[in-house]
Design a protein around this ligand. Structure first.
Ligand SMILES: C[S@@+](CC[C@H](N)C(=O)[O-])C[C@H]1O[C@@H](n2cnc3c(N)ncnc32)[C@H](O)[C@@H]1O
Length: 289
């Protein structure tokens, strides 16, 4: 069936009906408002009521049509539009990088609120940079010298673009962090390490939505059931080498493995705090050397 006219309200109603076949009414409406607003240079809250009789050009209508087609096969809106919001800022994303999550905004917020822990410009390393959202936001929020690594060169290319977009200075390093023979490429004398590493067990895939499973990079998400804390063990060992005495670790963690993750740090670090997120789930560790 064709759209009855090029008026905003008709386009909205037409595609809302199509999206409702696979998404809830509320979700369909949110996705469509964000999508249409992007293509017709408007605000989501204005769709479809403000200028509802205004006509959209054929080329814009075609863009909306193909974007809805992508949504119907569960492609995340952020990958369709090519950017995601993080801490109210736009970050470029594609299918090589994880779409930044609200929990990670909380992690950044926690570090920013604790910036008084550092007496002068601190040196920080982010492990597993993805879009670069963590080191870039920290660099925007306070005076910090950031380094960041990732195994994926494709992710680093996006992070580099985001660095330019936000006009900050960060050194990105392309290494496999799990291989300690590459650690000599990473900085020493760090005041803090931050990481949102892969931590979802293969067995947890059943809990995940199609848009995540079919489109987001599995390299960024999953760890083997047999060794789910592999990244945290390596971070522990690396921190013993590279973190200053009294330095800080800020880690996003698997909410189902919070005690096991904290336990890794009990012997060699002086303080460990399990931090809950806004949904009251244990999602972060703050560890002090
Ligand atoms: C959960 S994502 C986090 C991305 C970003 N920091 C964020 O919070 O949106 C984990 C990142 O770790 C990277 N990664 C996976 N295995 C790695 C490894 N062995 N060494 C370094 N980085 C790795 C992935 O490419 C991915 O970008």
């Amino acid at each position: 069936m064709k759209v009855s006219s090029n008026k905003i309200v008709d386009i909205y109603n037409h595609y809302l009906n199509r999206l409702k076949v696979v998404y809830s009414e509320k979700e369909s409406s949110i996705l469509l408002k964000r999508l249409m607003a992007h293509f017709i240079d408007s605000q989501p809250y204005q769709i479809p009521f403000v200028d509802s009789d205004k006509r959209v050009s054929e080329s814009k209508l075609l863009q909306i049509h193909f974007a809805v087609k992508d949504l119907l096969v569960f492609k995340p809106l952020e990958y369709i539009l090519g950017f995601a919001k993080f801490y109210e800022h736009d970050f470029l994303v594609n299918e090589n990088v994880l779409i930044p999550r609200p929990e990670t905004e909380e992690l950044v917020d926690y570090i920013w609120k604790n910036k008084n822990l550092f007496d002068k410009k601190p040196r920080g390393l982010d492990i597993g940079t993805g879009s670069g959202c963590i080191p870039i936001m920290l660099s925007k929020l306070f005076d910090v010298q950031m380094f960041s690594c990732d195994i994926s060169q494709a992710a680093i290319s996006i992070a580099e673009k985001n660095k330019k977009l936000h006009a900050v200075d960060i050194q990105f390093i392309n290494i496999d962090f799990l291989n300690s023979s590459f650690w000599n490429l990473l900085p020493l004398d760090l005041d803090f390490i931050v990481s949102n590493p892969p931590y979802v067990r293969e067995s947890e895939k059943v809990l995940m939505e199609k848009n995540v499973l079919n489109y987001e990079p599995h390299l960024a998400l999953f760890v083997e059931n047999s060794d789910p804390l592999i990244f945290y063990r390596q971070i522990h060992d690396f921190a013993l080498l590279a973190l200053k005495s009294k330095g800080h670790l800020f880690l996003e963690i698997n909410e189902f493995l919070s005690y096991e993750t904290a336990d890794l740090f009990i012997n060699d670090f002086s303080d460990i705090f399990i931090i809950k997120d806004l949904n009251d789930k244990p999602r972060f560790l703050h560890v002090i050397k």
